[in-house]
Design a protein around this ligand. Structure first.
Ligand code: 0PR
Length: 374
């Protein structure tokens, strides 16, 4: 730090200069984040100083968080579910597995997750010292329930299913996993970090949420398809006792205990999430999701018309494509400012978020056609 500060305008000019290096979302097809909804930005700014880690000082913000949790609980099939606003999918997944572990009373525990699980589960293995067993997938990149069953032993504490996988947007067979969980007296966590704000708005979808008997908890991220500000995640538990197993006494605060992983935490993200949910309502979200699904179909059909096809039918706004000489194609696309990503199996991965538009995607298709030599 310098001895003397610099003037207000110069600080802002420095920041603006650095921000210009950021890519902006216009040509980004690799991200599960997007521009926050305009009302989320306003709400966020109104609550910048609010700390949900000391809720007695911010009873209004606390009421906002409770209302958000109750709106999300109703969306995800159990009005009575409890939870809180986290920093994102990673914290939510950590907290679910931590609660399972605290409830199990076993030693040398393991969990069984799909091979497609987000890398937050590798962090969980390291942090919680729980063995993370990875079950193979079927031909459509969904977890194979029989393989999950094979990996269960007397040290297994819980299973994980994914509703909207990071790489393919697939929905694991949650009902089958729930049946296995009930039969083996195990917890089942559903990672719907991405799919939580997509699947409920699809015209039809398999059961995936807390309405399925046997599902214990669910992750859902407002800072992905919820169009809230970063950091806004969500964790919900069907049984309040699981949340209580995360409790730590906080002797000198306004609350007696805390169940969140972080201490100080953002009231602004909770307010931003509240604002988007209240403003859009179910119908507004459905319009956003419908539009993303329409654009996904447009991309799929457009690419197929010049012979670039998906290895698996998209079920939500994540599209993968089989592209020859992928690395070379990506280099060319990057020269035109596009950012795409690659799945572990070597397919091009595109996430069709609300910041994209049909004209932009048409430009992308034209560049993809050129880059693939079609
Ligand atoms: N669970 C699933 C299914 C996810 O897809 C992700 C993140 C997480 C958990 C973890 O969520 P947090 O990152 O909020 O802790 N999926 C994205 C991914 O890894 C995150 C992301 C978002 C990455 C935007 C890049 C990016 O630009 O692809």
């Amino acid at each position: 730090m310098m001895e003397d500060g610099i003037c207000f305008e110069d600080v802002l000019a420095e920041l603006e200069e650095l921000k210009r290096r950021d890519l902006g979302y216009t040509r980004i097809l690799s991200s599960m984040c997007t521009h926050p909804h305009p009302i989320a930005k306003i709400a966020h700014n109104l609550f910048l100083e609010a700390n949900l880690g000391d809720p007695g000082l911010f009873p209004g913000t606390k009421a906002i968080e409770e209302e958000v949790i109750s709106m999300i609980a109703a969306l995800l099939g159990d009005r009575d579910a409890t939870g809180y606003i986290t920093t994102g999918g990673t914290e939510s997944n950590i907290q679910a597995i931590r609660a399972f572990r605290n409830a199990s009373g076993k030693d040398g525990e393991n969990i069984v997750v799909p091979a497609s699980a987000h890398f937050s589960f590798d962090k969980i293995g390291d942090l919680l010292r729980v063995e993370v067993r990875k079950a193979p997938l079927d031909g459509e990149f969904r977890v194979d329930p029989a393989a999950v069953e094979d990996l269960i032993d007397d040290r297994t504490i819980g299973l994980v299913g994914i509703a909207g996988t990071t790489e393919y947007g697939q929905i694991d067979p949650i009902e089958d996993l729930a049946k296995i969980a009930l039969e083996n007296d195990l917890f089942l966590h559903v990672d719907a970090a991405f799919g939580g704000f997509v699947i409920p708005f699809l015209d039809s979808h398999p059961p995936f949420d807390l309405s399925v008997d046997g599902v214990s908890s669910i992750t859902i991220d407002p800072h992905k398809m919820g169009m809230s500000t970063i950091p806004a995640g969500g964790i919900l538990f069907k049984d309040k006792r699981l949340l209580e197993l995360l409790s730590t006494p906080t002797p000198y605060l306004t609350s007696k205990a805390q169940f969140s992983l972080t201490g100080t935490r953002s009231g602004a993200a909770a307010a931003a999430t509240y604002a988007v949910l209240r403003y859009l309502g179910f119908k507004g979200f459905k319009r956003v999701v419908d539009r993303c699904i329409r654009m996904t179909k447009m991309l799929k059909d457009g690419a197929s018309s010049f012979g670039v096809v998906p290895p698996v039918e998209p079920v939500m706004n994540v599209l993968t494509l089989e592209v020859k000489d992928l690395r070379q194609v990506i280099r060319e696309l990057e020269r035109s400012g596009w950012r795409v990503s690659v799945t572990r199996e070597g397919f091009m991965r595109l996430v069709i978020m609300p910041h994209l538009t049909e004209p932009i995607l048409q430009e992308f298709l034209d560049d993809l056609k050129d880059a693939t030599g079609n």
